[in-house]
Design a protein around this ligand. Structure first.
Ligand SMILES: *Cc1c(COP(=O)(O)O)cnc(C)c1O
Length: 812
């Protein structure tokens, strides 16, 4: 390992600049310098990475195989500097070279290989496992284009390709020599083996190569470096040659493109899978590579696969990787001579499933026609798993044929398809939801028949976030304040934030806490000015709603609140001077094909243009909507926030993790009784959380009774005035029909009941303003939010998985 001194660091850095980038310092670009810096830091991690691999292989303990189609990692440099404790040395070393670490940091384009919460959760989990010294390999896809870059043109979202690899990819290690072949299509054949047993052979029609790219996943100051292994698709030689020999060069090149398409782009749908063939190809591609990789590369050659579950436990991050179940069955039966029962015995011990949703349209169903065409052998295996399972159901509930039909993995309507959530549930040892309320609703509403049959299979693990990235890195000033008060142990033992509670009443601490918040606001102000040309006013309550744009998350409710305030000033119902100075910050990407979400973005931007320049408002109400919300922006926005908006319709947000990041950074939450908000409120205390809206049973009751949003419009004058102002064309440059789709959807359908919760929301915002007016009371609440949110560390989530699901422990 290079020496932990400024001189040693400088030598290493210049060496990397000269030999890797091939430039002298004086001629180097910022990108050269960033790449050389990344290589330097990697060199410090390398010995630990190799040692971790050796230690894990020797110990022959159980590894966690985290299977996830998405990893929303965020920038790597900062995290690597933190894990190696190199920040100070790098700062000084670079200064000796006349360079500024902060500038070089800004060069990094984050790998946006995920859509939102689900992908970010995977990134937090692998960070926590490394920090807790648990052997883990994260498996996923190396998308050439991650989540699109969002821009606004005249207020409308326009998507640009995310070219995150364009300027070099210093954090990855490709291993083409360890490539894996993946087959697709064709048909199956029966034949009789040498032992006289009937067997099945898959005769595929085409194949691609999976090339592994390894990424370091360093633990925090503990010497462990786990691996994230992402697969990239390439054309196989055989595929090429065959066509090449036919003399059609152009066709051969096209074939290459066809193969490489598989890992070309991340599907930008969050919560609403589109059922595209390429997506199923992606799913099978990465799990086939990952299973093969572990069995062939990680296990010793003579390993008896009957004991596979002793060495790996696969966590299915949603249903995206569940095709791994029939794939493992196929490997064991067709390639390793297992009988069906032996194979099922092993397979059913190897998998656990995390469900992330309650929205019916988010549950994946693959048409059997498509699945059977792409993966004929897997389709047969799924039918057989289903048959075996339904026999079990009929035995447990004799005569209840309706129940058996209901529980079948094969849906018959609207077309014949495989319900991937059912397959996941049947094949997994444990099924978990991601917050207490969600796990309960999962049992009661999404999979009630399954929880009745196997009550002990269902459990909860409430999500968490890594305190390394979302406090220590993103909020250094708060981190220093905390460490000065209670010592540094909280970074890996977040419950120790409890020790801050008494400081909520210490005047000097409260002053220092406010100074931190003010400095974070100043940092954000500078960033938004430079990044987006946005001017954030001083001294405003910073009210932040950042998350994917989705109707169930109800950005439109937040918008109605703003328009309502504006309308009241405009019509003279309240004086501008009586409005609490407030800046609302939105950050949100909409799936490119989700019209309602894109219209909502357009409307927010149009309202912003109008409100921000309205003289009547006297600058007391501002809307800022920086484009391209991502992890890098989150790290700057969240530490600056006063108020966290978590306003989904109760029963719709499985957990949320943004809500946890805000509480940990001293924002107060205004939120519904939904997802992990329930637990946040319980822990921080009712007084320090602004609850509003219907709870889940009330939502269900209103839905059953028949919800009519028009009733709320007619009976609430302020709501009516607010919607009428939008309908009048006030925000749409004279075109009164521009936002008809959004407004009439609210008036006629309002699936997520924004109008029903409007009154309660506005009232709760009044309480926010009251508290905010009392600086001391607000600060006290904010400090208590920090002190009482230690539970939401992803280290705790991992401990729960280890105990309740994986039955393994950190390495000694
Ligand atoms: C944490 C995070 C999310 C998830 O936010 P929710 O409010 O829980 O939906 C989405 N995107 C990014 C960039 C994040 O950091």
């Amino acid at each position: 390992m290079p020496s932990h001194s400024v001189d040693g660091f400088v030598r290493e850095f210049l060496h990397e600049l000269n030999t890797n980038q091939g430039v002298m310092l004086s001629r180097s670009s910022a990108n050269d310098q960033y790449l050389a810096l990344a290589s330097t830091v990697k060199n410090y991690l390398m010995a630990r990475w190799l040692e971790t691999g050796r230690k894990t292989r020797d110990a022959k303990t159980k590894t966690v195989g985290y299977l996830s189609a998405e990893y929303l990692l965020g920038r790597q440099l900062d995290n690597a500097l933190l894990a190696t404790d190199l920040n100070e040395i790098a700062t000084k070393g670079l200064a000796l070279c006349g360079l500024d670490l902060a500038t070089l940091r800004e060069q990094e384009v984050e790998p946006g290989l995920g859509n939102g919460g689900l992908g970010r959760l995977a990134a937090c989990f692998i960070d926590s496992l490394a920090t807790m010294d648990v052997p883990c390999i994260g498996y996923g896809i190396r998308y050439e284009y991650g989540i699109f870059r969002q821009t606004f043109v005249e207020g409308r979202q326009v998507e640009q390709p995310d070219t995150w690899l364009a300027l070099g990819a210093p954090w990855e290690f490709p291993h083409p020599e360890a490539s894996v072949q993946v087959n697709f299509g064709g048909h199956t054949e029966k034949y009789v083996g040498a032992d006289g047993r009937e067997r099945t052979r898959w005769v595929p029609a085409w194949n691609v190569l999976g090339v592994p790219y390894n990424y370091m996943v360093p633990g925090y100051l503990n010497g462990r470096v786990n691996t994230l292994r992402l697969w990239s698709a390439q054309a196989t030689k055989a595929f090429d040659l065959q066509i090449f020999n036919s003399g059609d060069y152009a066709q051969a090149v096209r074939a290459q493109t066809f193969a490489e398409n598989i890992s070309k782009v991340l599907y930008p749908e969050d919560s609403t899978p589109q059922g595209k063939e390429l997506r199923l190809q992606q799913q099978y591609f990465f799990v086939a590579c990952s299973l093969r990789d572990f069995i062939d590369q990680e296990l010793e050659e003579d390993f008896d696969l009957h004991n596979l579950a002793d060495r790996i436990t696969y966590q299915l991050n949603d249903t995206h990787p569940v095709i791994a179940v029939p794939e493992l069955m196929r490997l064991l039966i067709d390639e390793h001579d297992f009988s069906w029962d032996e194979a099922w015995e092993v397979t059913s011990k190897c998998f656990d499933y995390t469900c992330h949703t309650l929205l019916p349209e988010a549950l994946e169903v693959w048409p059997t026609e498509l699945l059977g065409r792409l993966l004929p052998r897997h389709m047969e295996i799924i039918y057989q798993i289903n048959e075996q399972f339904l026999a079990e159901v009929r035995e447990a509930f004799p005569g209840d044929e309706i129940r058996a039909r209901r529980m079948s993995m094969i849906a018959e309507f609207p077309e014949r398809g495989v319900r991937m959530a059912y397959l996941s549930t049947v094949a997994s040892s444990k099924v978990n939801g991601v917050a207490e309320l969600h796990s309960q609703l999962l049992r009661d509403k999404v999979l009630p028949d399954f929880s009745e049959m196997w009550p002990e299979k269902f459990t909860n693990v409430t999500n968490g976030v890594t305190p390394r990235r979302f406090v220590k890195l993103s909020n250094p000033k708060l981190s220093n304040l905390i460490t000065d008060a209670i010592g540094p142990g909280w970074v890996t033992d977040l419950e120790r934030l409890k020790e801050l509670e008494p400081y909520a009443d210490v005047p000097e601490f409260k002053v220092a806490f406010r100074e931190v918040k003010a400095a974070n606001k100043a940092r954000l102000t500078a960033l938004l000015k430079q990044r987006d040309g946005i001017d954030l006013p001083d001294g405003h309550l910073l009210d932040v709603m950042v998350k994917r744009l989705h109707e169930y998350k109800r950005q439109s409710l937040k918008l109605l609140h703003i328009v309502s305030l504006y309308e009241q000033v405009l019509s003279g119902k309240i004086a501008a001077a009586d409005v609490t100075p407030r800046t609302v910050v939105f950050g949100a990407k909409a799936a490119p094909g989700y019209k309602m979400a894109k219209d909502t973005i357009h409307l927010i931007n149009m309202v912003a243009a109008k409100v921000n320049s309205a003289p009547e408002i006297e600058g007391r109400l501002k809307i800022a909507f920086p484009a391209n919300y991502n992890v890098t922006l989150a790290e700057k926005l969240i530490p600056a926030a006063d108020l966290s908006e978590q306003i989904s319709l109760a029963g719709m947000e499985a957990s949320g993790t943004g809500n946890m990041k805000f509480a940990l950074n001293g924002a107060l939450t205004i939120g519904t009784d939904d997802g992990a908000n329930v637990e946040i409120r319980r822990l921080v205390g009712d007084k320090h959380f602004f609850l509003f809206g219907m709870n889940e049973p009330q939502v269900a009751e209103l839905g059953a009774k028949g919800y009519n949003p028009g009733d709320y419009y007619e009976s609430n004058q302020q709501l009516k005035a607010t919607l009428d102002l939008i309908l009048s064309g006030h925000f749409s440059d004279g075109d009164p029909h521009l936002f008809d789709a959004v407004v009439y959807n609210l008036l006629n359908q309002d699936r997520f009941m924004a109008l029903a919760d409007f009154d309660s929301y506005v009232e709760a915002q009044g309480k926010v303003e009251e508290r905010y007016a009392d600086e001391e009371a607000w600060t006290r609440s904010a400090i208590l939010n920090v002190a009482r949110s230690g539970y939401f560390s992803s280290d705790r989530s991992m401990r729960d998985y280890l105990q309740r699901i994986w039955h393994t422990s950190p390495m000694i």
